[in-house]
Design a protein around this ligand. Structure first.
Ligand SMILES: [Mn+2]
Length: 313
């Protein structure tokens, strides 16, 4: 499969590297990693990089590619195989299309090649592995991007998705001369203000009978500190993680756009997805979310989580 992909790459003059919307570090990292490597190896080809951007863009700018060019191009889509995760333009116009992903789901996108490795920690790991196997040199920029993709999806090599192969590939990437401190500072350094907000957030975390930690982030809190709902909901939930006595933690955050309340549920050991699903949500077994309409309902969610813990005892 990998060899076939590189035969296609050799065949095309125009290649577009794409990935899912609202990219995380792995989506960006796998994309820029492949892009920089192909650009260096195939100087005569037109290699394009496309997509939306967000606050995690430590990487670079994107190209505008005309429909006519897209129709003549090889399109490589990374880190998803689902239409709903993509911009329509990225999976609609192409000459041939390739999917590269480490998720379990089946593609709903027509494709010519599908490279799937659910044992890979990240799509960046798959891309690095392909480049190494095909002897496409990984320059420093490419290695830096790929490394950022891997640390993003493995939580800096802590998650169980990390394998010996992940370390082997990280080791190869280090041989390209990347500077780990520079990368970690770029991605993980916080501002004084960030840290203060986290402290204010943590100060009013509460516990249920069964030690489910929770916080209710109301409209007033967001306005007082001028915080984005998505940031509070997704980025601050982790403040309640890694605490011995707390088996489950939930972050309830007002969403001014949808005028509802976003619930982010997390656990080290318990399948909180059951509860998220009960309220119409979804996600991973131990990291998932749902939306509810009133603050009263948050107590129902908490009761369900307490019940889950009581049942397991
Ligand atoms: Mn990924």
């Amino acid at each position: 499969m990998v060899h076939k992909l590189f035969d296609l790459i050799k065949k095309y003059d125009s290649i577009i590297v794409a990935r899912h919307k609202n990219p995380d570090l792995d989506a960006y990292g796998s994309q820029f990693g492949l892009y920089y490597a192909l650009k260096e190896k195939y100087k005569d080809k037109n290699i394009y990089i496309v997509g939306d951007t967000n606050n995690l863009n430590y990487f670079g700018d994107f190209d505008d590619v005309s429909l006519d060019t897209r129709k003549e191009s090889l399109v490589i889509i990374l880190d998803t195989v689902a239409k709903q995760m993509l911009r329509e333009i990225d999976y609609t116009y192409y000459k041939e299309l390739v999917l590269v992903d480490h998720h379990r789901n089946d593609p709903d996108i027509e494709h010519d090649i599908y490279i799937k490795d659910i044992n890979a920690s990240s799509t960046a790991e798959i891309v690095a592995d392909m480049l190494l196997k095909e002897n496409v040199g990984i320059n420093r920029e490419s290695a830096k991007s790929l490394y950022m993709g891997i640390i993003g999806d493995t939580g800096r090599f802590r998650f169980s998705s990390t394998t010996s192969k992940t370390f082997m590939i990280a080791s190869k990437l280090m041989e390209s001369g990347i500077n780990l401190q520079e990368i970690h500072d770029l991605v993980y350094l916080e501002t004084f203000e960030d840290k203060k907000i986290k402290s204010i957030f943590f100060e009013s975390v509460e516990l249920t009978k069964q030690n489910v930690a929770y916080r209710k982030n109301k409209k007033e809190f967001l306005e007082k500190y001028n915080l984005k709902s998505h940031y509070v909901s997704r980025a601050l939930v982790g403040q309640m993680a890694g605490i011995k006595e707390i088996p489950i933690w939930v972050n309830f955050t007002y969403d001014p756009e949808e005028e509802n309340i976003k619930c982010e549920l997390r656990s080290r050991d318990y399948e909180v997805l059951k509860v998220a699903k009960k309220y119409g949500g979804g996600g991973h077994l131990r990291a998932c979310g749902c939306s509810i309409n009133t603050w009263e309902e948050t107590d129902k969610v908490l009761k369900d989580l307490d019940l889950l813990l009581e049942e397991e005892k």
